[in-house]
Design a protein. Structure first.
Length: 215
């Protein structure tokens, strides 16, 4: 907000947000992204339990009384504020300068290293566990950033970025096991998903370009 006039001198703040929220609601994209994020979380939690030889019930905890509090604090702790900068401002800038794949890889790295203080403040890991945690964090967020950008090609609306970021954080609040194991599996599944979706997206773009070229 402080740097907005400097970053976009020819645009008002109102016009900036109006453009990012003008697209019609796309329920299909919201449902698909919800299933994907929740599905990867559950798959990662199950994989963590199997890896440790535990029951999945020991890895998850649902407290109905804390639900509203979790929703509120998750909403204000990252998604609602960060995404105006990440997907609202920086995403189109990076794609315009570096192209879709490189631009989103760079954006994902910036987003991941933005969280550097959390790696040392919000965890008690040290040694190899800390290295694994950091690597998994970086791979997971870069992959998730790529996935978010692909879906925003289908529906360019800032609420989608808010929703995906919020949901990614929200489902983690139900996990009570070893974070380093969960994050490692999340990184693997998001990386696989990102590769599949990016391959499909770039192939679709190339086919469109070829179609226009033949015309």
């Amino acid at each position: 907000m402080i740097l907005f006039k400097r970053l976009k001198p020819n645009t008002s703040l109102k016009a900036f947000y109006k453009d990012l929220f003008k697209a019609k609601i796309n329920i299909k994209v919201l449902l698909v992204t919800t299933v994907l994020i929740v599905g990867i979380f559950l798959l990662s939690a199950m994989s963590t339990a199997l890896f440790q030889g535990l029951q999945i019930s020991t890895q998850l905890q649902f407290v109905a009384q804390a639900l509203l509090g979790n929703i509120f604090f998750t909403a204000i702790q990252g998604a609602s504020g960060e995404e105006s900068g990440w997907r609202g401002y920086l995403l189109p800038q990076m794609e315009q300068k570096y192209g879709f794949i490189k631009g989103n890889l760079y954006l994902g790295l910036i987003w991941a290293f933005w969280h550097t203080p959390l790696w040392f403040v919000s965890t008690s890991y040290g040694g190899l566990d800390l290295v694994i945690y950091i690597l998994a964090f970086i791979v997971g967020l870069v992959s998730f950033s790529m996935i978010m950008s692909i879906f925003m090609k289908k529906w360019r609306h800032l609420f989608l970025a808010f929703w995906m970021h919020f949901l990614f954080n929200f489902v983690l609040s139900f996990f009570i096991g070893q974070d380093v194991y969960l994050l490692s599996f999340i990184a693997v599944f998001y990386f696989i998903s990102a590769v599949i979706l990016t391959t499909a997206y770039t192939k679709k773009v190339k086919n469109k370009e070829l179609l226009f070229a033949t015309k």
